[in-house]
Design a protein. Structure first.
Length: 254
């Protein structure tokens, strides 16, 4: 399979701090890749850069052979990113979906009509609601629906399961499973239980990225958790018995 995403030495700084430091990554057509890492590791920054929301300081990335730096408008034609400010509060649910389907139908093949799309995502009953009245979970569901219904070749999802109840999470899992192999998906997540549906994992740490299998990622995260627990236990034991806590300072001879 051909490489749909090719990232070459991508660097993004905020001030003098490099959040992404010469990151390189390859993602095949139809691959479902999970992006994991600690808070602040650069997951959102990478997705926003690939979506052309942020401009890299150096390096480049090619999506469907279009350069982020030289051809950002072409990149936007093939990428779908579920941004926080995607939804217009003053519009109804139906109007939001209709607005985006109308725009993207000019540059992509859009397979759903407005109401059929709403029904497919369980939102038809909320069609005439102002989006400002929706709960966080339903706003999240609407944003995901719009992003998927506009039929991108590359789907960029940033913690898509956040704010979703069990029913909505199950629906999203079914949608993503149905897209697997047909659409290239990058999903940032902190929920390791979601890795089962993925083909591969990229771990972001200290501005660097490393791609591995799902099994390797799970083992590494488990080992890291065990190590952190050991450090925590040692610290607690030292505090309780080593005289470093003020509570016990007067109980030991100097």
């Amino acid at each position: 399979m051909r490489k749909i995403i090719l990232i070459k030495n991508l660097t993004k700084k905020f001030g003098n701090k490099p959040v992404l430091n010469e990151v390189s990554l390859e993602v095949r057509e139809g691959e479902f890749l999970a992006l994991i890492g600690e808070n602040g590791s650069g997951k959102t920054t990478l997705l926003k850069t690939l979506a052309t929301i942020l401009k890299p300081n150096s390096g480049d990335a090619f999506i469907c052979e279009h350069s982020l730096v030289a051809a950002p408008l072409e990149v936007r034609k093939v990428v779908g990113y579920c941004a926080e400010n995607l939804i217009y509060d003053e519009l109804t649910v139906r109007e939001n979906v209709g607005f985006y389907l109308n725009i993207y139908s000019k540059i992509r093949e859009v397979k759903f009509g407005v109401d059929s799309g709403l029904e497919d995502f369980g939102l038809l009953g909320y069609a005439d609601e102002k989006t400002s009245n929706l709960s966080k979970g339903y706003r999240q569901r609407l944003g995901i629906a719009i992003t998927i219904l506009t039929n991108p070749k590359v789907l960029l999802l940033d913690e898509p399961y956040s704010n979703l109840d069990a029913k909505s999470a199950k629906m999203l899992e079914e949608k993503l499973s149905g897209l697997k192999g047909k659409v290239t998906i990058l999903m940032a997540t902190h929920d390791l239980s979601r890795l089962d549906m993925c083909d591969s994992v990229a771990i972001l740490s200290s501005g660097k990225i490393e791609k591995c299998t799902v099994k390797d990622a799970e083992e590494r995260m488990l080992n890291s958790k065990v190590k952190n627990n050991e450090i925590k236990n040692k610290t607690e034991n030292k505090t309780e018995f080593g005289g470093s806590s003020n509570k016990y300072n007067n109980c030991f001879y100097n």
